[in-house]
Design a protein around this ligand. Sequence first.
Ligand code: FE2
Ligand code: FE2
Length: 342
Amino acid sequence: MNRFVVRSVMQGLINGRSYCRSSISNGQVYGAAIAGRSMQICCQQNGVIFSGFEWRRMMSSAPPSMEKAPSEKEEKKNNSATEEKKGKELSLSSYWGISRPKITREDGTDWPWNCFMPWETYRADLSIDLKKHHVPKNFVDKFAYRTVKLLRIPVDLFFQKRYGCHAMMLETVAAVPGMVAGMLLHLRSLRKFQQSGGWIKALLEEAENERMHLMTMVELVKPKWYERLLVLAVQGVYFNAFFVLYVLSPKLAHRFVGYLEEEAIHSYTEYLKGIERGGVENVPAPAIAIDYWRLPKDATLKDVITVIRADEAHHRDVNHFASDIQFQGKELRDAPAPLGYR
Ligand SMILES: [Fe+2]
Ligand SMILES: [Fe+2]
């Protein structure tokens, strides 16, 4: 079994498809629609049948009804009847009493996402000042600033004008610090029997928001196999490096992320310029972006990049603020956590 899973993951990496997804609805658990191939695992335990997980297009966040990869469209049409039948076969009564209530959009249509809910969506604050910059004042600031500027050189050389690809890879990195910092503050709260002042939630919110940026970008850009490998390598290094950095110096870690966010604003501004110049086609916004940022139905890529850039500006403020608190000799929990600041 383990050998099969490892082989499937490797094949998924090579073929650009894998992902296990299941959804729960009306007291029934069923496997999501798939593209390409599927696998069903059934087992019986204590009289309860657990069934079904299926492989799905890698990193796709589109709901079953919104799959739109051109190469898979044809295949999906042909297989839709079979999939529907298979879905019914996979369904079972939930022994645990877990069910998803009927969730609808404001206009009464069914909510198609399981990865986020309507109450987690928002309208980005586009009035935020994009030009704010923390002028490096001391050694820690200068070290963080120069490290970020140095890292930017190879990244720019690698991606050049491939804005979409650049943004997608950037988001795989950007979603790490909030999770690491939130996790470490969580452990600290447990160790010290202290409240976090809301900072755990605020930082995890940031990580989730960055991950949604990535889920949006993968609907627009399909990562190549070597980019997937690059993400694996970078994540391995970056997660561990940031973990150590945060343990040693949270104020440096937050300052570093603050400058990374300043660079992200710059990158998305370049992306927008590319769209305005006509170098990048202003395609319709992915469905996930329209629902997540409550964009109009006719929103385009330009609208999506504009709201993502506004998010990055909020992350910049949160991280520079966190660093400033610690430079003043205080702990994060001494200051109000920027919950819902976006
Ligand atoms: Fe982001
Ligand atoms: Fe960000």
